[in-house]
Design a protein around this ligand. Structure first.
Ligand code: ADP
Ligand code: MG
Length: 588
């Protein structure tokens, strides 16, 4: 077989595979170029999920005719001269590959004009060939039209997803750029309709509000610095977490990245400060700024992942900063709970409990809340600087008298100081959680042995995961035998799980092992999930009809629970109106 040097058009098409995988990769490269060119107006037009047309118009510097002609050649870049520049690069691009790659797999047209030029330039080519250059009248800036993406490489074209999926990826990508570039306007048109429209704004917060919409009503500010690393941005209030991870935006030096470790750090802060439920995920828009030398953006060809030279420092910075912001949520919760009870005793104790408050910026923050320390909870959820007087003094709740059940969902009660409305499920769940947690803490090593081991079937992937963590699980009291590739035999479990369906419990554990990252406190973390699950499942439901004695029992128990305000999942469990407040409302 004779060795041939591939013609540039073919080698470009091969190289294109690395840069251009889907329509969204084209959009990303073109927007990066527009931003690199200083544009502050960017308009994207898409037809058929980008398969038929991707067009990006910007008002950046534009190119003169000479540069326009060169820009579509491989390794044509204005952004890098020597290899050393790579380590200090501030622009998005530098490889000089994108335009060449895109042009080699599409019907490509570029129209551009600089401020100085009298007339613009148009460069057109198909599949990297038949280059045609001409003068063309244009405004300052650049317009790129990419038609019929992948027409020269049908195999690649056939791998594209349905239009709606490709479109969603593009819209998501534009949101990322928009979040980190508030001063530029972004518009997306899809098949003739405007689907995203973010006019330029003066702050990151305003842009976050444009992009997140309703989810941004109670954003908490995050700001911290450690050495040369700066963190800024927003997280949602704990009660406003989302059911998916799709509203989590993390940027490093302006670039959107996906880093499960850092996302985990943020989630951990929410779990430990607010006890959010397994299926809830914090909404956040966070920006890390650091010396480019500390980040390797080249780890992944599509640059979604980066490598940090100080990962631990960044992890701790994020975790303590988010935790600190969550500590200030009292203003949010006190608006849900406009309570006045216990003003006197709270102000009396103010000094004691600031000193007993554990510092969450120190390393003890990864253990679950200790229910022995009653003041901790107050600090996390009811104590604020300005709103201190607005909070409930939990030691001061006088006895609660049942009034009625409402709609089989709520329990209405009164005390000497006011009216209380409880979410019956959240209330019971909170109490069960505390009870089981204390039980586990006291007797973590009590196990139950089965006369007949339970045999459960799992997929190979699940079995592997359980196998990997078998020794950790054994410390918790689970004894498992791996009898085949798809079954496990369980002969012992912690006694706290008596009467529970093992399958459900193991599913919870698997979920946790799969998604989250196990840290120093693996045992407590796993047990916390298991106990959350158990507390929720056994609790009275929203919609259960309750007997007066049952409700009174819940009310009596409420007075001895330690975290009064929240269910383990971070929702409030009651609303309180003081009589004082009611009198005022009725102008008494
Ligand atoms: P890179 O961005 O890595 O330099 P590209 O292939 O994306 O490589 O672009 C090649 C060159 O074309 C850029 O370095 C820049 O000089 C020029 N260019 C591309 N897009 C634009 C644009 N929208 N406005 C002005 N110049 C552009
Ligand atoms: Mg580029």
């Amino acid at each position: 077989m004779a060795i041939k040097i591939l013609p540039p058009s073919v080698s470009d098409q091969i190289a294109a595979g690395e840069v251009v995988e889907r329509p969204v990769s084209v959009v990303k490269e073109l927007i990066e170029n527009a931003l690199d060119a200083g544009a502050d107006e960017i308009e994207v037009t898409i037809e058929k999920g980008g398969k038929e047309l991707i067009q990006v118009r910007d008002n950046g510097t534009g190119m003169n005719r000479q540069d326009a002609e060169k820009s579509i050649l491989r390794h044509a870049t204005s952004k890098l001269e020597t290899i050393d520049d790579i380590f200090s690069i501030q622009s998005f691009g530098f490889r000089g590959e994108a335009l060449a790659a895109i042009a080699s797999v599409s019907d490509f047209e570029l129209i551009t004009k600089t401020q100085k030029s009298k007339i613009g330039t148009k460069v057109a080519l198909q599949a990297g060939k038949n280059i045609y250059v001409t003068d063309f009248s244009a405004n300052r800036g650049t317009l790129i039209k990419v038609r019929d993406l992948f027409f020269p490489t049908p195999a690649r074209k056939s791998h594209l997803k349905i239009d709606a999926t490709e479109y969603r990826a593009i819209a998501q990508e534009i949101m990322h750029f928009a979040l980190s570039n508030p001063k530029a306007s972004f518009r997306l048109q899809k098949d003739g309709k405007t689907t995203l429209d973010y006019p330029a704004v003066s702050s990151f917060k305003k842009r976050a509000q444009q992009v997140l919409g309703k989810m941004s009503e109670n954003l908490l500010k995050v700001q911290a610095k450690s050495g040369s690393i700066e963190l800024s941005g927003f997280v949602c209030a704990p009660g406003e977490c989302a059911r998916s991870k799709s509203h989590q935006y993390l940027f490093v030096n302006g670039r959107f990245i996906q880093d499960y470790r850092l996302a985990f750090a943020i989630r951990e802060s929410f779990v430990q400060s607010a006890g959010i439920e397994k299926h809830l995920h914090p909404v956040f828009v966070l920006f890390l700024k650091m010396d480019p030398i500390l980040v390797d953006v080249n780890v992944h060809p599509r640059k979604l992942e980066v490598k940090f030279s100080e990962p631990q420092e960044i992890f701790s910075l994020i975790k303590s900063a988010v935790t600190a912001s969550l500590k200030k949520v009292s203003s949010y919760f006190s608006s849900v709970i406009p309570a006045k009870a216990g003003i006197q005793s709270l102000s009396k104790q103010k000094n004691n409990f600031s000193s007993s408050f554990p510092s969450f910026s120190q390393k003890n923050y990864s253990s679950p809340p200790s229910f022995q320390r009653r003041n901790t909870e107050r600090d996390l959820f009811s104590r604020g600087t300005k709103d201190e007087q607005e909070t409930i003094e939990s030691d001061n709740i006088d006895s609660l008298k049942l009034i009625a059940q409402v709609e089989r969902k709520y329990i209405l009660a009164q005390s000497e100081s006011g009216l209380w409305l409880f979410d019956q499920h959240a209330l019971h769940e909170r109490q069960r959680f505390e009870m089981f947690w204390n039980q586990y803490k006291k007797s973590s090593l009590q196990i139950q042995k089965f006369l007949h081991p339970e045999i459960i079937e799992y997929t190979e992937e699940e079995i592997e995961l359980l196998h990997e963590y078998a020794s950790v699980l054994q410390k918790l009291g689970f004894r498992m035998e791996f009898s085949s590739d798809t079954t496990i035999k369980i002969s012992e479990t912690p006694s706290i799980l008596k009467d529970e369906k093992l399958r459900g419990i193991i599913d919870q554990i698997l979920d946790f092992l799969r998604e989250d990252m196990i840290s120093e406190n693996a045992l407590d973390q796993i047990m916390r999930k298991v106990i959350e699950y158990k507390s929720c499942r056994g609790a009275v439901m929203f919609g259960d009809s309750l007997q007066p004695e049952e409700m009174q029992k819940l009310l009596d128990d409420f007075q001895t629970t330690q975290w009064h305000n929240l269910c383990p999942h971070g929702r409030p469990n009651h609303i309180f109106w003081s009589f004082e407040e009611l009198d005022r409302q009725f102008h008494r």
